[in-house]
Design a binder for this molecule. Structure first.
Ligand SMILES: *[C@@H]1O[C@H](CO)[C@@H](O)[C@H](O)[C@H]1NC(C)=O
Ligand SMILES: *[C@@H]1O[C@H](CO)[C@@H](O)[C@H](O)[C@H]1NC(C)=O
Ligand SMILES: *[C@@H]1O[C@H](CO)[C@@H](O)[C@H](O)[C@H]1NC(C)=O
Ligand SMILES: *[C@@H]1O[C@H](CO)[C@@H](O)[C@H](O)[C@H]1NC(C)=O
Ligand SMILES: *[C@@H]1O[C@H](CO)[C@@H](O)[C@H](O)[C@H]1NC(C)=O
Length: 397
């Protein structure tokens, strides 16, 4: 990597423009390491001793009005797209309320944000409304994929994220997706980084683009603007590229992870991450009730119903009865016992508290029952490595 010169240049620019970096560094001891709560230790590219609170609130795309979570059209609170389309009304207040409720009422600590959720200003309002000190909140955010990958792009997006979230540091910053262009997506973000410039076939290189982006993440980490860095939706090949380039590894890889996809493509990834001390984090721990509940068609290809969700799965509901817990608690506890952290989304205070209770009022799923859950049928939604969608018909075998 031709990092040093560029790096020095950036250190210079950022030190000039962000005079508060030093203050952030000096007040490090005032920040919580989150090692006194239910959390997993972070390794590789993480501040020494920093821990990741097990439960984070997903802040992406809260439905409008009283529609259930995840209801489409997806709901950010800020204009998005090119040219920008204004958001539907209601998205901002929903996001703010969820964040406020999570921090103030439920006692949650970690927020899972992203530049591409187009709602970080609403998240900041929720934090402000809670009155909780910034140092007591673990903020995770992500760069790309509706914004470009690339070296300078990553630096710039991080500065934007800090501004939007009204903070001087991010606890964990992730690269949201390993690629920018997904099947069926017409809009490809424009990057000035030659390795990420998709319109320049001479310089564009998907792998080099990821590595250039990762070197920017490392620079941000070295500058102290982010306390730890990681990736999201990376498979083993993408992680191996970083190892092969001799670069420091991410502290976290965040992927969709639930009983319906734990064996197809996730078992190997979990083992690989554990071996390399990369903490796996599960998004969609309940099986992505919105995106992955797919229509069941009859022989004439007429939609007859929607597939059952994990919360309705007979194995999960019967375990819920025997452990006297809710199906959601069974799913989260199962993920926790596999050593994986998770980010359920909810706007409902009761559900948030219920989610946190698997740690504050713990129970243990027996080994035999852990295996029963692992052996549930697998859906075909997550076999597409590039994008979060069901391909094929998504049937449970
Ligand atoms: C990408 O490369 C093309 C061809 O060299 C160039 O015309 C264009 O300006 C580049 N895009 C950006 C955003 O720098
Ligand atoms: C990033 O920006 C700096 C300053 O404008 C420039 O010198 C450098 O070439 C850019 N790096 C990349 C990878 O585009
Ligand atoms: C990871 O995804 C890339 C596409 O981005 C694909 O080429 C590669 O085969 C995948 N690797 C694994 C182990 O699934
Ligand atoms: C929150 O969830 C509880 C338990 O499922 C339910 O009884 C309640 O009606 C929900 N509240 C709202 C506002 O949806
Ligand atoms: C769905 O896909 C599976 C596996 O590819 C196949 O066996 C099954 O027949 C398909 N079902 C329908 C209704 O298309």
């Amino acid at each position: 990597m031709k990092l040093p010169l560029l790096f020095l240049f950036l250190v210079y620019v950022l030190t000039l423009s962000l005079a508060n970096i030093k203050t952030v560094r000096n007040s490090q001891h005032l920040k919580s390491l989150f090692n006194d709560v239910s959390s997993f230790s972070l390794f590789n590219s993480a501040e020494s001793g920093l821990c990741l609170p097990v439960l984070g609130l997903g802040t992406g795309f809260y439905g409008i009005n009283n529609e259930p979570y995840g209801t489409y059209p997806e709901c950010g609170s800020e204009p998005r797209g090119d040219p920008p389309v204004p958001p539907p009304p209601g998205c901002g207040p929903n996001t703010q309320k969820a964040v406020y409720t999570w921090l103030s009422k439920a006692g949650g600590l970690r927020l899972d944000c992203a530049n591409s959720y187009y709602n970080q200003r609403s998240v900041a309002r929720g934090i402000e409304q809670s009155g909780i000190d910034r140092s007591q909140i673990f903020i995770l955010s992500k760069v790309s994929p509706t914004f470009p990958l690339g070296f300078n792009e990553t630096i710039q997006q991080t500065l934007d994220i800090l501004q939007e979230l009204q903070t001087t540091w991010i606890d964990l910053l992730l690269v949201h997706w390993p690629i920018m262009q997904h099947p069926g997506q017409s809009y490809v973000p424009k990057s000035t980084d030659p390795a990420c410039n998709t319109t320049n076939p001479l310089t564009y290189n998907e792998k080099q683009c990821r590595l250039s982006t990762w070197s920017a993440m490392l620079a941000l980490f070295d500058l102290g603007l982010v306390r730890s860095i990681g990736v999201s939706n990376y498979n083993i090949t993408h992680l191996q590229e970083i190892i092969d380039a001799g670069m420091p590894l991410p502290s976290v890889n965040q992927v969709s992870f639930h009983p319906y996809n734990c064996r197809t493509g996730r078992a190997d990834l979990l083992a690989f991450c554990q071996k390399n001390r990369i903490q796996l984090v599960a998004y969609s721990p309940f099986g992505a009730l919105d995106a992955h509940q797919f229509p069941v068609k009859d022989q004439n290809k007429r939609i007859t119903s929607l597939s059952r969700t994990l919360l309705e799965d007979p194995t999960i509901t019967s375990l819920a009865n025997s452990y006297k817990r809710t199906p959601a608690q069974i799913l989260l506890r199962w993920i926790y016992q596999l050593g994986v952290a998770f980010n359920p989304r909810s706007m409902n205070e009761t559900h948030m508290i219920e989610n946190l209770e698997i740690l504050s009022n713990p129970f243990t799923i027996s080994d035999a029952d852990m295996i029963r859950i692992i052996n549930l049928p697998q859906d075909t939604c997550d076999i597409d490595p590039d994008w979060y969608q069901c391909i094929g018909n998504g049937t449970l075998p």
